[in-house]
Every structure is written in structure tokens, then in C-alpha cells.
Design a protein around this ligand. Structure first.
Ligand code: NAD
Length: 467
């Protein structure tokens, strides 16, 4: 009888195992990150996060770069912008391209995570910025892909995995992006399922996500309903809620520039950004000049009270905008009230009293009310009221440093833009990084990787101090 040595047996077994593993790798499809239900999505994201713990910071930086690169491919920027406009029926393609580009280029990555250290006779202590694990992120219909790009970069840079619960009206384009991100991450060698979502986003699925025990942090970008829901969940939550940003213009401002900036900011992506100018408070002595200059830059003024009333009946429903008109082109809105717009119109303006619903309601469409105020003091008082205490965003056009300072102190917004369009506040044409999750209510402000992380102390006793 021939005997086989243990060496040979070991070799044959190793070869067979290697063959089985390589065949199964070739036949197992790469996950596209889209799961049939929340439980399977979250379970996969949790496993991904555990594997991610073994990756180096260089790996993380490479994965973040892969997300940036795939989002920035010209054909993908174009596809996302068109898809968002077609599926949500809101916004415009060139501005969506600019927003997605800003999210991909200007969202901070791993460089945002800095270590604090103490060293002395007793040794060395560090505070390191560490991941939460699986994050549940809820994204809005107004910036669907921008928020996914922005959140995915920041959350993965901080070492987390993320489950997205997109707005149901932006399902298809959000899933398309999650699939693209998964392809790019797989090609970069990342563990599968760091970024996942579900086939049918819904309020029920969002609720299941908020209640799931493996989700450690909730990040809600949206209106007051969802911010309240995450803050009532019993979990650590970041709430990025509604705004109603005022723009105050005083008599010392460069009026021509203020007019140009306000039209540019308030018409950007048809006024969808939560940061966009939603009402103007103009000191009486310059109001006519301001309106005159705005008309030169693409504004159309409704002067007839009957037209203003018609527009109000069309776009305001009590305390809310009529969804059908949110993010629509100014020309489409004008036509709906029977006005044939001149070429190049991108913003509708109307002088109204402060109590008008156009001022109170967060319209999110290119309809901008202008309120005449007697002086800058009254303008500040009314701006604070119009902002509703959201502490979100405000603009002021002035060359009076004292007035600018006073307004900033009084209004307490997370973003205060001086002498520029609102989008300068999120890094588009203004200094500073970009975010699409501005957490006023919970205080993280303009979120970045470090907002999605825990501070952990590591203490080494009696060593490594070289002082
Ligand atoms: P929205 O509140 O209708 O929806 C936001 C998300 O929350 C969606 O995914 C939606 O499906 C979900 N959602 C809403 N209510 C829910 C509930 N009760 N339970 C479970 N899920 C719920 O907002 P929207 O229309 O998509 O976006 C516009 C709003 O978001 C505006 O108020 C705007 O100011 C705000 N926003 C804020 C920021 C910010 O960074 N602060 C950014 C973008 C938008």
C-alpha cells in the first residue's frame, strides 16, 4: 500500500481550497450597495465597518479619493444633474452640476481628523477622532446627490460606514449614485458595502433605520419633521434643518453688487438650497435703486397687486409652499400666472409688507419678496423675526463694519455671508470647505468628517514623554 506523506496532503488540500475560493470570488457578484430591506442593508454596513477598522488611514484617503473621482467624471456630473432635475422636477442642470462638483471637490477628507495630545511626567495621552460605526443618513429631495457625495466623503473619512435613506422622490438617482460609489470603492479595494441604501426608500424604512440597534449615529438633512424625528430617537443625532435666510441691504452697501449677488444667490438652483436668500430687507433710501439694479441682472418685478395675489394663491398653502412649484424655473412660474416672461428671467421679485406669506414661508422657489424698512435697525429686527430662530443662514450687504458685527451677533445664524451671494457660505466662490449638511439645531454647524466621529482618549502611563 502506498502511503501519502502529510506534506503532500497539506499541499493538495491547500490547492483545492485556493481553487474553491478563487472560483467563488469569480462567481460572487460585487455588491452594488442597494438592499431589499433596511435590516439587510444595515447588517451589511455593520460588517463592512468592522472590516474597515483594519484599513489604514492611507486606505481611507484612497477610498475618499475614489468617491471624489467617480462623482467628478464629466458624464457622471451631467447624469446626476439631469437625473435630479427630471426625477424631482426641481432645480436646473447647470447649477446642480456646480453643486455636485463643489460637494466632490470641497468636502474635507481624512485631513479633517486631527489628534490632540498631552505629554508630561506621567506619560502620553491622546484624543483621537474615531468612528461611530454605522451611520444612518437621511437626505433631502432638494440636494439629493450633493448630500450623498458630501456625507459619504465625510463619514467614510471618519472611518464609518453609512446607510442612506433618500427622499422617496429622489430614489432612482440616489440609488444610481450609491451603485457608482460601490463600483468605485470596490475598484479601490475597499471592503464591500461601506455605502448602502434600500430599493424602496420610504418613511417606514427611515423609521426602521432610526430604530435599528446597529445604527449608532443619525444624521438628518431636511425639514423640521425629520429633524424632530431623529432628535426623538434616543440615539445620538445631528439635525440639519430648515432655514429662511434674510438678506439685509443698508444704505452704505455697494448697491449694484448687492443686487447682482442677491439675484445670483436667490436664483441658484431655482432657490432650492436651504442657504439661498429667501427674503430681502432693504433700507428705504436705496430700495428703488436696488430693485432697478436687480432687474438688470435677471430679476422680473411683479408690481400689480392682483398679480402678486395670483402668485400667492398659486404657490403658498398656509404655512407651506405648494410642492408642485418648489424649485421650478421663474419663467414657468410666471407663465402659470399668465405673464409671458422676457428672455433671461431667473428670479421673480415683489415688494410686499413684512407680514406677507412670501416672507414667512420657506418658499424654495425663485420668488423673492422685498420689504422696505425705515433704517438698518428696523432691518435687523425684522431679519431676526423672518429667520424664525432657525439659526441657519443670513446675508448682509453693507460697508459699515459696526452694523455687520451687530447683525451677526443679533441673528446668531450658523452662516453669515457679508457682501456676497448666499452660496459663498458653502464654499462656492467664498473661502472655506463645502457641506450640504448644515447642522444649526444641534450645533455642529457646517458638518465635516470630525462631526461624524467620537472623541476617544488613549493613555500611556509613564512613557513616550521625551521632554
Ligand atoms: P423633507 O423634510 O420633506 O425630507 C427630508 C428627508 O426626510 C427625506 O428623505 C424624507 O423622506 C424624510 N422625512 C421627512 N419627514 C419624515 C418623517 N416624519 N419620518 C421619516 N422620514 C421623514 O425635506 P425636503 O423637502 O427633502 O428638503 C427641504 C427641507 O430641508 C427644507 O426645509 C430645507 O431648508 C431643508 N434642508 C436643510 C439643509 C441643511 O443643511 N440644514 C440642507 C438641505 C435641505
Amino acid at each position: 500500500m502506498t502511503t501519502i506523506s502529510p506534506e503532500v496532503v497539506r499541499k493538495v488540500v491547500a490547492e483545492v481550497v485556493a481553487e474553491v475560493v478563487s472560483r467563488s470570488a469569480a462567481t460572487t457578484p460585487v455588491s452594488d450597495g442597494v438592499f431589499p430591506d433596511m435590516d439587510s442593508a444595515i447588517t451589511a454596513a455593520d460588517l463592512a465597518w468592522r472590516r474597515y477598522l483594519d484599513c489604514s488611514m492611507k486606505d481611507r484617503a484612497r477610498f475618499v479619493k475614489a468617491i471624489r473621482d467617480v462623482a467628478l467624471l464629466p458624464e457622471n456630473l451631467e447624469y446626476m444633474a439631469r437625473g435630479c432635475v427630471e426625477q424631482t422636477g426641481m432645480g436646473n442642470v447647470p447649477d446642480k452640476i456646480a453643486k455636485n462638483r463643489a460637494a466632490a471637490e470641497l468636502t474635507p477628507g481624512t485631513e479633517d481628523l486631527t489628534t490632540e495630545a498631552w505629554s508630561g511626567d506621567d506619560g502620553l495621552t491622546t484624543i483621537e477622532i474615531s468612528p461611530f460605526g454605522v451611520i444612518g443618513a437621511i437626505t433631502p429631495t432638494t440636494n439629493p446627490t450633493e448630500t450623498i457625495i458630501n456625507n459619504a466623503i465625510g463619514m467614510l473619512a471618519a472611518g464609518n460606514s453609512v446607510v442612506f435613506s433618500p427622499h422617496p422622490r429622489a430614489t432612482e438617482i440616489s440609488q444610481w449614485l450609491v451603485r457608482k460609489i460601490n463600483e468605485a470603492l470596490a475598484a479601490a479595494g475597499a471592503p464591500p458595502n461601506l455605502v448602502v441604501t434600500v430599493t424602496e426608500p420610504s418613511i417606514e424604512n427611515t423609521n426602521a433605520m432610526m430604530a435599528h440597534k446597529l445604527v449608532r449615529l443619525l444624521v438628518a438633512t431636511g425639514g423640521p419633521g425629520i429633524v424632530k424625528a431623529v432628535l426623538s430617537s434616543g440615539k445620538k443625532a445631528i439635525g440639519a434643518g430648515a432655514g429662511n435666510p434674510p438678506a439685509l441691504v443698508d444704505a452704505t452697501a455697494n448697491i449694484e453688487k448687492a443686487a447682482k449677488d442677491i439675484v445670483a444667490g436667490a436664483s441658484f438652483d431655482n432657490n432650492l438650497p436651504c442657504t439661498s436668500e429667501k427674503e430681502v430687507l432693504a433700507v428705504a433710501s436705496i430700495t428703488d435703486l436696488l430693485k432697478f439694479e436687480m432687474l438688470k441682472h435677471g430679476a422680473y418685478e411683479l408690481r400689480d397687486a392682483a398679480d402678486i395675489a395670483k402668485l400667492e394663491a398659486l404657490v403658498v398653502d398656509g404655512r407651506h409652499p405648494v410642492t408642485e412649484w418648489v424649485g421650478k424655473d421663474a419663467c414657468v412660474i410666471l407663465k402659470a400666472i399668465g405673464i409671458e416672461p422676457p428672455a433671461g428671467v431667473k428670479l421673480i421679485i415683489a415688494e410686499v409688507p413684512f407680514e406677507h406669506p412670501f416672507v414667512r414661508v420657506e418658499l424654495m422657489m425663485p420668488v423673492l419678496p422685498i420689504v422696505r424698512v425705515k433704517d438698518v435697525e428696523e432691518g435687523m429686527d425684522l431679519a431676526v423675526i423672518a429667520e424664525h430662530g432657525n439659526r441657519h443662514t443670513a446675508m448682509m450687504h453693507s460697508s459699515d463694519v459696526n452694523a455687520l458685527t451687530k447683525m451677526a451677533k443679533r441673528i446668531q445664524t450658523t452662516i453669515f455671508v457679508k457682501n456676497g451671494p448666499s452660496y459663498a457660505g458653502i464654499g462656492i466662490g467664498g473661502e472655506g470647505y463645502c457641506t450640504f449638511t448644515i447642522a444649526g439645531p444641534t450645533g455642529e454647524g457646517l458638518t465635516s468628517a470630525r462631526s461624524f466621529a467620537r472623541r476617544r482618549r488613549c493613555v500611556l502611563v509613564g512613557g513616550l514623554n521625551v521632554r
